[in-house]
Design a protein around this ligand. Structure first.
Ligand code: DP6
Length: 323
């Protein structure tokens, strides 16, 4: 028997975002969050357990050491500690993204979702989607939303066993385009994990409106009401960045605000599109097929020529089983 598996997972873009934890160790969030997997972007990860000299992790052909490696090994150890026979096995992880890492495109979400899916399969653990989502959450909160298919909601829950993501609609349900304009792809200065620890009173205002945002975004997805989805997605993004800025975290660059203003202008001009931004400077522009080319052209003409494009994506999945 070979302890080796390869899995693919997509990053996701949150319409209602996760920012703040109720439990740091278990990564229990302050609120539910809703996102869409990004089908054109993916992380492919091979995990092999065996009698290697040591644990090793490669991401995009670079040997990973230090804190980044530790976090990955901690996720693997949750599985290795399940059985006595696994404890002596070392691991080799080889992971590749087809998109820039560390630019607020949630590479930790697809990275950990693929890692968990491949590791569980390599060790023949036969875990349910819910269990995989729980293990992914323990590694990185937003990763739990990259486990199920299409449009997903992370149910915040009350503890380890009931905080996980479910699919609320399959990827084929709603053909939303996400255009990601890359204004800067350097690694961000403050990670999400560190950033969300900086508590300030604006967290309370955000939580006061989050229920309404969740209701509206969920219903907008289910009824395919793009305008409603966009309005509440923008509202939630602004609310999260208000919290961030009050913690001293300015993830936006001048270009970020420029693009946001252009999105509003395009809308006035009848080209329906909405923005959202994660913990980084690169805006995501959500739109429908009929407006897509015109919007891309508009930003290219303004000199923004690095644009990633994606439709909704499927669940995290094993693509190659060597058993
Ligand atoms: C801004 O999932 O990276 O992208 O649980 O500490 O690993 P940790 O945080 P992480 O935070 C993602 C924050 C966000 C919003 C979102 O995707 O919901």
């Amino acid at each position: 028997m070979k302890f080796k598996s390869t899995a693919i997972a997509h990053p996701n873009i949150a319409f209602v975002k996760y920012w703040g934890k109720r439990d740091e160790n278990l990564r229990i969030p302050l609120n539910n969050s809703i996102s869409m997997n990004l089908g054109n972007l993916e992380t492919k990860t091979t995990v092999e357990f065996g009698n290697f000299n040591e644990d090793s992790v490669y991401i995009n052909d670079n040997l990973i050491e230090g804190k980044e490696k530790e976090r990955i090994i901690r996720a693997i150890d949750r599985f290795r500690n399940l059985k006595e026979e696994y404890k002596n096995l070392n691991v080799r992880v080889v992971s590749k993204n087809n998109f820039p890492t560390g630019a607020g495109i949630a590479s930790s979400a697809s990275g950990f979702a693929a890692l968990i899916t491949a590791s569980a399969s390599a060790l023949n653990l036969n875990l349910s989607e819910k269990e995989l989502s729980i293990y992914a959450r323990l590694a990185s909160g937003s990763a739990c939303r990259s486990i199920p298919d299409g449009f997903t909601e992370w149910l915040m829950g009350t503890g380890n066993d009931d905080s996980y993501a479910i699919s609320i609609a399959p990827k084929e349900h709603f053909k939303i385009y996400d255009l990601i304009i890359l204004v800067k792809t350097d690694k961000k200065e403050v990670s999400s994990t560190e950033g969300m620890k900086k508590f300030n009173p604006y967290f309370y205002s955000r939580l006061a409106e989050i229920h309404e945002n969740l209701e509206n975004v969920r219903n907008a997805i289910l009824t395919k009401n793009f305008k409603q989805l966009g309005i509440y997605t923008e509202r939630d993004c602004i609310s999260m960045h208000t919290v961030m800025m009050n913690s001293g975290l300015f993830y936006w660059e001048p270009e970020t605000l420029k693009i946001i203003k252009e999105v509003r202008k395009l809308r006035e001009d009848g080209k329906i599109c909405y923005f959202t931004v994660d913990a980084g400077p690169n805006p995501h522009i959500l739109t429908l097929q009929e407006y897509m080319e015109k919007i891309k052209e508009h930003f290219m003409n303004l000199g923004f020529d690095k644009i990633l494009e994606s439709l909704p994506g499927g669940r995290a999945r094993v693509i190659n089983d060597f058993h």
